[in-house]
Design a protein around this ligand. Structure first.
Ligand code: URA
Length: 247
């Protein structure tokens, strides 16, 4: 990307110019190999929580055979947890379902619920700007959430809601077959890695998701970055790592 353009993006994000040099150093130092133990742990996680749509979201076997559009349709009709009661619509995905990079957030907020697209509110605008800063348009990546319906009052999704939606996310990942997953925030990282470690300890490592051990990186949720702008520099480092892994 043109350095001046990149600089303009960084300024828009509120990330000081010197951060780029620091993060450039970190970039070469930080990348870790996908460990066999991590791969085994992720596979075990998948086995413990089989694609388990419940109630009338359809059975795991049915979801396993669905293509992207059928899966989206099934999500739009899903009543497997209480979140369907308050939703305007299920928010399935944005971007390219054949992308190399799959970005997974937490749950739709009010703007997403209204517009039917993930990450379109303030946090989404920050995410879009950060992607632009590493040379990616929203349309080039696949964006979704752990939970497809908006939790009331923007609370975190409950564990049973995450479990009820798990089959949709697993099938989405299976269909996209991304080269890399980026989990944004603790809810996403914990759901995908079956971990309860803080984001600060999960980032800067390459984890492995699922039986095919898809490389997975963790970073801060953009909504958190809006509340804690000082952490944006770390998120910028994370995104540079992501760009490096994508090549
Ligand atoms: N936060 C999320 O985690 N996802 C969205 O789609 C919007 C805000």
């Amino acid at each position: 990307m043109d350095p001046l353009r990149r600089q303009a993006y960084l300024q828009a994000l509120g990330i000081p110019a010197f951060t780029r040099r620091e993060s450039g150093q970190a970039e070469s130092a930080v990348v870790e190999e996908v460990g066999a133990a991590a791969a085994a742990g992720a596979a075990e996680e998948l086995a413990q929580h089989p694609g388990r749509p419940v109630a009338d979201s359809g059975g795991a076997v049915e979801l396993a055979g669905l293509d992207w559009l059928s899966l989206q349709e099934r999500a739009s009709e899903c009543r497997a947890c209480g979140l369907h009661e308050g939703r305007t619509q299920a928010v399935f995905s944005a971007g390219n379902p054949q992308a190399d990079l799959m970005i997974i957030g937490e749950a739709p907020g009010a703007d997403e619920d209204r517009l039917g697209e993930p990450f379109v509110g303030r946090a989404g605008q920050l995410l879009t700007a950060m992607l632009r800063a590493i040379g990616l348009m929203r349309e080039q990546v696949c964006i979704t959430n752990v939970v497809k319906c908006r939790p009331p009052g923007n609370r975190n999704p409950h564990l049973e809601e995450i479990a009820a939606c798990r089959g949709f996310l697993q099938r989405q990942i299976a269909l996209v077959e991304p080269r890399l997953i980026l989990a944004l925030g603790a809810v996403s990282a914990h759901a995908l890695l079956d971990s309860d470690e803080p984001v600060g300890r999960l980032r800067r490592r390459t984890h492995a998701y699922g039986e095919s051990a898809i490389p997975l990186r963790v970073s801060y949720h953009p909504a958190y970055l809006l509340r804690r702008p000082a952490e944006k520099a770390k998120a910028w480092e994370d995104l540079q790592q992501v760009a490096g892994l994508l090549g």
